[in-house]
Write a protein that binds this ligand. Sequence first.
Ligand SMILES: Cc1ncc(COP(=O)(O)O)c(C=O)c1O
Length: 401
Amino acid sequence: MGEGNIHIESVCAAEPKVNKTTEAHKNPIYASSTFRFNTIEEGISIFKDQPGGHVYTRYGNPGIEAVAAKIAELEVFGSPESAYGLLTSSGMAAIYTAVRCVLHSGDLLVTQQNLYGGTTELFEKILPSENIQCVALDLGDEDALDQVLSQHTRCNKAIFLETPANPSLQCLNIESISGLAKSYGAMVIVDNTFATPVLQRPLLLGADLVAHSTTKYLHGHGLSTGGAVIGRDEDLMRNKAWPFMKLTGCNSNPFDAWLLNTGLKTLALRIVRQSENAHYIAKRLQEMKGVNRVLYPGLTDFATHAVAAKQMSHFGAMLSFETGESLADAKLFCNKLRHCTIAPSLGETDTMVLHPATMSHLKVDPSIRKYYGITDNLVRMSVGLEHPDDILADIEQALVA
Ligand SMILES: Cc1ncc(COP(=O)(O)O)c(C=O)c1O
């Protein structure tokens, strides 16, 4: 027995008596799965008013919520609008949460054929089992989109788009697609992973929800896996998106959210410099022997350059190009790279390459790959923060090989 007749086990088990008046300069990690109430009345009142006060980390956590609010603020930056955010366990969880908080059994999702491969698989394999029909088309063809929407008047509809798209870099006109969607009462969800809110803000162009893989540029350092869902409609976010996240348990966790916040601090600097590097490299690649086709929204002869110029402040740090003539040429090129890393992700500080035809787009129908120019010798590059001449030198020596 020790001080005040308490056993040592009880002191070990108890929480330390923290000085609650101390304010940490940095957003702390609240590594607690649960939150305590001072009285039963306080607990009842906090439970009654969810989401709000803190109950349990799957429902909400102060560290996670602070970061979600910051991303929401970025998505409406420069406007008087407000937005509400949730952090999820991954980008896939964010996409699924966004779609399922607006669509239910019997509803329709219209999307593009050239999405991130995982999103296509989610829409093709999971949504039909929930009786949500999924139609994929070229969303650059707005007449075709109009036709599909006009044929489905008796159900709820949503349009899901990714712009710039992976790895074709096709840019879709968020404003005109959102306008068309509104005329049919359809919701618009945009995957803003490639552009980030620093370069493009879909909610201000008419979209209803934004989804992110924060694993990519928002965190930017390859240490944290996560996603975010952002919307302007508080009722939708509180009463549809939040319960979906809470009940499926696809929430973020204190440590990943804390890492995400650390990366977010340099997002504006990183994405602008990486975009400038990518633009410089894309222009130089056009003149390089052994490179046949360069896909980059910033090139004036790129098919959807005008759309990108209208809705993005820089053209992003992703580009794709064809090396040589064949699959063997692309493989040889990748294997000869000394500085750039072959890795199936993007948005980090170092340059990474991926071979879409055998990796991210392996399961995509060959006719769709052909339509979007995802050839066997196409290589995708996530341009990093290195000096662009060093990246070019690496590309050049690998091409010579
Ligand atoms: C555009 C895009 N959206 C979503 C995702 C899925 O993100 P996560 O891997 O964080 O689930 C990815 C992953 O590569 C992606 O490229």
